[in-house]
Design a protein around this ligand. Structure first.
Ligand code: CP3
Length: 331
């Protein structure tokens, strides 16, 4: 069995498996080169030749233990018929969804739209070294919904939070569609060759109390149980970024196998959370920009405190475009 998969089953290693969120990306010259060839960012996501190439680049260069499918969480709204554009220096831009448009949402034809992604997954499983774990992914419904409602990234997700308060039944309708779409999407990735999948809830930390429960925990728990109805032994990593104290209970309530932690989680809390199963993450991505002692100390803290339990070494969020390659080599 592949090393990362053993960790998801609860095994511990002195040298844990390592991969980095956003490991295929702009800090790599070969990525920037391929990205130029593709034209738009979405053209890169939907072109299996190029998507396979950029997924493999960090594996060739660094020999990571796992490879994550190159795509984006926003291909789901795109496949559901929402306009999507990635603009230089601006990030993703969508048409903010109206309540009437929410009520008209459906999943007809959406898997068809995502066919190139499944082809990419299948080809990756053939081309990757046997020992390398292939991770598929989707965005959690809440995080995807924040972009659908605001039409862009916002500092506090106010448009989505407000809609959830003002019109919870319409908001629920959108979340329900995203649950259905994400479930089908993950099942198809697993059947196409992904060894496990990760659910990114990048904006989980902005919600608290009943809102966190209803819009973060419930939807992820439904995706996990629906995927396992079809694939009973499906292995799933959850990443409720910024969840803080709400990390406690998240694994049990959602049914995930591995809990992703950002860099704000104190190491003692990470240790407690690890008693219940595998954890992943923690290293501040800015330590990779800083390099030197800052990087060495960050790595040591994690390894010294957590390598006697099930640990997937990773950053606490994606690697930044500013990260020098020599520092990734040092890591
Ligand atoms: O290597 C990998 O991790 C796989 C590919 C991957 C991308 N996005 C590629 C990408 C994954 C797993 C994602 C997930 C994703 N996308 C998330 C969840 C994780 C997180 O970072 O919080 C979110 C919120 C998105 C939405 C998104 N995509 C934003 C906000 C942006 C713009 C910000 C930025 O970094 O530019 C993107 C664009 C994007 N997705 C890029 C990459 C490599 C950069 C675009 C480019 O190359 O021009």
């Amino acid at each position: 069995m592949r090393k990362l998969m053993k960790v998801l089953d609860g095994e511990a290693f002195d040298i844990p498996p390592i991969w980095l969120m956003r490991q295929a990306g702009r800090y790599l010259p070969e990525y920037r080169e391929t990205r130029k060839k593709a034209g738009g960012f979405l053209d890169l996501c939907y072109n299996p030749d190029l998507a396979v190439e950029v997924t493999l680049q960090p594996i060739r260069r660094f020999g990571f233990d796992a490879s994550i499918l190159f795509s984006d969480i926003l291909v789901i709204p795109h496949a559901l018929g929402r306009n999507l554009d990635f603009r230089e220096g601006e990030g993703p831009v969508l048409d903010p969804i109206t309540v009437d448009e929410i009520n008209a949402l459906n999943t007809d034809g959406f898997l068809e739209h995502l066919k190139p992604v499944f082809e990419t997954v299948g080809r990756l499983r053939e081309e990757l070294p046997t020992e390398t774990t292939l991770i598929g992914f989707c965005g959690a419904p809440w995080t995807v919904a924040t972009y659908m409602v605001a039409g862009r990234g916002t500092p506090d997700q106010a448009p989505a939070r407000l809609l959830a308060h003002q019109d919870p039944s319409s908001f629920q309708k959108m979340i329900d569609i995203l649950i259905e779409a994400s479930t089908k999407y993950l099942i198809k990735q697993l059947k196409s060759g992904a060894d496990c999948v990760q659910i990114f809830d990048s904006w989980a930390g902005i919600l608290g109390g009943d809102q966190f429960q209803r819009w973060c925990v419930e939807p992820v728990s439904r995706i996990v149980s629906n995927v396992r109805k079809e694939i009973p032994d499906a292995k799933i990593i959850g990443f409720p970024k910024g969840a803080g104290v709400q990390n406690f209970g998240y694994r049990k309530m959602t049914g995930i196998d591995c809990l992703g932690l950002d860099w704000s989680v104190p190491i003692e809390q990470a240790k407690t959370l690890q008693q219940e199963g595998a954890i992943q993450g923690l290293l501040d991505p800015l330590r990779v920009i800083a390099g030197g002692k800052a990087l060495d100390e960050g790595v040591d803290q994690i390894i010294d405190n957590l390598s006697d339990g099930p640990l997937v070494f990773n950053l606490g969020h994606g690697i930044t475009p500013q990260a020098p390659i020599e520092h990734v080599e040092q890591l």
